[in-house]
Design a protein around this ligand. Sequence first.
Ligand code: SF4
Ligand code: SF4
Length: 452
Amino acid sequence: MNLRTFKKGVRPSEFKEFTDGKSIEILPLPNEVFIPVQQHIGAPCKPVVEKGMDVKTGQIIATAGGFVSSLIHATISGKVKAIESFPHPLGGQGLMIQIVSDGKDEWIDTGEDNPKVRDWEKLSKDEIITAIQNAGIVGMGGAAFPLHVKLSPPKGKTIDTFILNGCECEPFLTADHRMMLEQTDDVVLGVRLIMKALGAEKAIIGIEANKPDAIEKITKAIVPFPNITVQPLKVKYPQGAEKMLIKAALDRNVPAGGLPMDVNVVVNNVGTAIAVTDAVMRKRPVIERVVTVTGKGIREPKNVLARIGTPFQNLIDFCGGLTEDAAKVLMGGPMMGVTQHTLAVPVIKATSGIVCLTFESVVEKTEYPCIQCGACIRVCPMDLMPTRLARFAQNCKWDEAEKFGIVNCIECGSCAFVCPSNIPLVQRIRIGKLKVNEIRRKQKTAEKVESI
Ligand code: SF4
Ligand code: SF4
């Protein structure tokens, strides 16, 4: 197999065996859901329902707060019980719409015609993008950027290649792998729809070599479409990061501070492609997603199709509950996931996994001084100097941190993973990045005010 990759990166243990052979199971309808109005990068949505109102599945319950925003739909039918703050899986509290189920899962009338006869090839690029916008699709690989924005590059930018990200390089997670196996035709159709929306001449489906069954199945499914190819990739982290994937698949370098569209590329993940097929062919908005519930801390690891807004606790119960030695629950994988402090948090559009770790794997490690071994520099896929950046951030040296490119860090955690001194490099760099971005924003605002 011709395996391509990017330079540097790390090889954490995969732990995919817990769930990679397990078919997706449908989670029973929850009794209630908590749907955050902010599930995407960009402006939060504004609720358009009120407490006490009856809603149907698929009904718009919050509208976009700007162009870089994405509609939110009811994911079950029932009554709005509250619109208030609840614990958010990305940290802290967030405004959510709580719906109590009527047990009927009654859908709003979408004016659907027979999906089998929908001739999508006659749809214009704008009609596809509108269907995507109406369905509230965001990048479902974790970044949650509104898809209609990504598919509408500014004037002067053209996209020649669409890359479907089938890497799923985070340890433990297998949702994308299972979707490629079980919903192959929807994945391929999603790729073709996105290509049409972008006007892209070709598409590459990048899949890591640890999913040979998915490589085989997708390769067979794309035979009729010579402008789509499958590119097997070396198993390495963070292979699924956009910039690394573009380098591996096309040997193009996204400039520092730039976006994939600067090298004429758009990248999206597998769940997003399926959501596009659902939106265009079935007029179905994003009301559910596949979540890998896994780790040594869960009794029966599974891949679960869950309604957005379902509390984590429901998924944990469906998988037999936590083990006695469970110590930590993450949303996402162990490299970039977010630690949860309560299982009352809901599944959001970006919840790719719920990883449950045991005491054995979460022992607090003592931090030692840097021994200047250079390991963090050798693995950083963005060619940064993590040891310096972390030191600048710790000592509030924001100008130096910016000069050494802190904002280019993709927060992959590879540096912290290899550090023999257990220095929380990525955590310190993340804080530094936030601070530098805040300073930049304030400077820009001040410059604007001065120029008025
Ligand atoms: S500095 Fe950032 S990009 Fe580089 S390895 Fe660390 S977390 Fe990843
Ligand atoms: S890996 Fe850790 S010990 Fe080695 S240079 Fe980087 S920060 Fe220092």
